[in-house]
Design a protein around this ligand. Structure first.
Ligand SMILES: [Zn+2]
Length: 263
């Protein structure tokens, strides 16, 4: 990966929360447009089959299912529309594609011995912006209807508290940063052969941890300083996100140097 990206760690860190700065009512249109980018309720897509790479194909199929459902049935509910189920993988992959374009511009400018600072700034912005969605996806609650407390039937007796999400993602993580180092869990980036499908699998792997998360929560694993199990669970999730982000940056870089179809 190019050195300018490694040297931009501070800027990339600042950009991590950038999409959350777009979620205030004071910027109504922006809030409305990108709120679904932060999550996907995978439970609602059981039986949907493979997710299409085009967001509009996904929209169309969901509306077809919704419109053909028996009125009053769960499949006819507004919760089954794309903005309610969420757009996480498309948000992430569309930024990944922008990053690839910026890397390609950088390559062609440097090959032509032209100044490359403009393309570098673009790439840094996209790399940081992408980091937000990848980090969101590492938290099982961003992939699940159980986004902020358990919903629906609850034989496990899991918490329904409306601060479950922020307690884990913000309070627990910031209160325990020293114990949450992940260097030992990361490895060199690897190329993703099928970035969209690989990213969807990353979200499915995260979603598979929703019940283990609530089991741990029930045992107090994320209360105050937490338990060793809670710390390890969180470290593994943070590392999964960091590794996926490194892999996506690396893949965008490698793909940006390859001939495009039709070149
Ligand atoms: Zn978010």
């Amino acid at each position: 990966m190019p050195a300018f990206l490694r040297e931009a760690a501070e800027r990339i860190g600042y950009l991590g929360p950038e999409p959350d700065r777009w979620r205030n009512r004071s910027e109504y249109e922006l809030k409305e447009a990108q709120e679904p980018d932060h999550f996907i309720d995978l439970e609602r897509l059981q039986g949907f089959g493979e997710l299409p790479r085009s967001r509009y194909v996904y929209y169309r199929r969901l509306y077809e299912l919704h419109n053909s459902a028996t009125p009053g049935s769960p499949a006819a509910a507004d919760e089954m529309l794309p903005d309610k189920i969420g757009l996480q993988p498309w948000a992430a992959l569309e930024v990944f594609d922008r990053l690839k374009v910026a890397f390609r511009e950088y390559r062609s400018l440097t090959a032509a011995k032209q100044p490359s600072a403009q393309a570098e700034q673009d790439a840094i912005f996209y790399a940081g912006w992408l980091g937000h969605y990848v980090a969101d996806g590492s938290n099982p609650m961003h992939t699940s209807i159980h986004y902020n407390g358990w919903v629906g039937e609850n034989p496990g007796g899991y918490t329904t508290a409306r601060d479950t999400h922020s307690n884990f993602e913000s309070r627990f993580v910031s209160a325990n940063l020293a114990k949450l180092r992940i260097d030992d869990l990361l490895h060199d980036p690897v190329r993703l052969d099928h970035p969209f499908q690989d990213y969807v699998q990353y979200l499915r792997d995260s979603n598979a941890l929703i019940r283990p998360f609530y089991e741990l929560e029930k045992k107090g694993a994320f209360r105050a300083a937490g338990t060793p199990e809670g710390v390890e669970f969180t470290r593994a999730r943070l590392a999964a996100g960091a590794q996926m982000l490194l892999n996506m940056w690396y893949t965008a870089w490698v793909e940006s140097g390859e001939p495009r179809p039709g070149d």
